[in-house]
Design a protein. Structure first.
Length: 293
């Protein structure tokens, strides 16, 4: 088992692993058959700027074709599943996929069918306090409940000793509390603080930092070239500055190529967040609009 997989096992919930995690993590991963695989990724070097060799090159790793992968002759580490089990799982998945859309629809969960029917579920993904597991939505006539069934727990789990057979939570109770919380968060007196928190929580901070760093390098290289040009105009021998000028030009070209090749950071500005919040005030409130939030 890899270090990452071992860390995931240590952080597994007390309720144990569920079938989906076991299938996606182990039964469908070739590494757990005990053999080592090589050549699944191909190293490819390319120029940063095809029209300017001085801009340097970069390395990209692309997934190689399936026939390029090579398996070790002997097991490289202890196996968790056998090759026969892995092959059987692959054949089973292909047989299910061969049934087409109708077969896939029969195997779908209630959540997918509920989304297609347009039933709003405000508390989708709520966690059960008894087992700290995600609850599933269950329709009952015109009402919706969130259910955590003890039958879905792993057999032998210590959580079974204190978990009721079924735990139900009424959707109306969740919606009422959710509406109250949303009203406080987006109230006029709290709007500035909410916008600041939303902007700070965006995941594009690293992308923005790399973009800004390249822009700063470009500005620094251009400023350096201006200083060298001023020195030459002041009487400095240009031959003594050839190497420094070439280095500054190379830095400018590389920074410009990085900026041109990178997409603009996908980060919302405070003005855009304010506009999105203002759009929530338009139209009549409904459960569907609460679910969209």
């Amino acid at each position: 088992m890899s270090v990452r997989a071992a860390a995931g096992a240590e952080s597994a919930p007390v309720g144990g692993w569920v079938a989906g995690e076991f299938g996606a993590g182990i039964l469908e991963n070739l590494r757990y058959t005990g053999y080592a695989f090589f050549g699944r990724w191909a190293r490819q070097e390319m120029l940063r700027d095809p029209e300017d060799v001085s801009a340097g090159h970069m390395v990209r790793f692309r997934r190689a074709a399936a026939e390029k992968a090579v398996r070790s002759r002997t097991p490289a580490h202890p196996e968790i599943i056998s090759v026969e089990v892995f092959t059987e799982v692959q054949l089973l998945r292909r047989s299910r996929a061969a049934g087409g859309f109708e077969r896939a629809a029969q195997a779908g969960t209630w959540a997918k069918a509920n989304d297609q029917a347009g039933v709003p579920v405000a508390g989708k993904g709520a966690a059960s306090g008894s087992g700290t597991r995600r609850m599933e939505g269950t329709p009952r006539e015109d009402r919706t409940y969130y259910r955590c069934a003890a039958g879905t727990l792993v057999p032998g789990s210590p959580t079974l000793n204190r978990h009721p057979k079924n735990v139900y939570l009424r959707d109306a109770a969740v919606t009422e509390l959710l509406n109250t919380w949303l009203g406080e968060v987006f109230a006029p007196e709290n709007r500035d603080r909410t916008v600041k928190a939303l902007v700070a929580s965006q995941g594009g901070a690293a992308e923005t930092g790399a973009h800004d760093a390249a822009r700063h390098r470009l500005e620094a290289a251009e400023a350096k070239l201006r200083r060298l040009r001023s020195a030459i105009e002041a009487g400095v021998d240009p031959a003594a500055l050839v190497e420094v000028i070439n280095d500054a030009q190379a830095q400018r070209t590389a920074a410009r190529a990085e900026l041109d090749g990178a997409s603009a950071p996908s980060v919302l500005t405070p003005a855009e967040v304010y506009a999105m919040i203002d759009s929530l005030d338009r139209g009549r409130p409904s459960p569907h609009r609460v679910a969209a939030l």
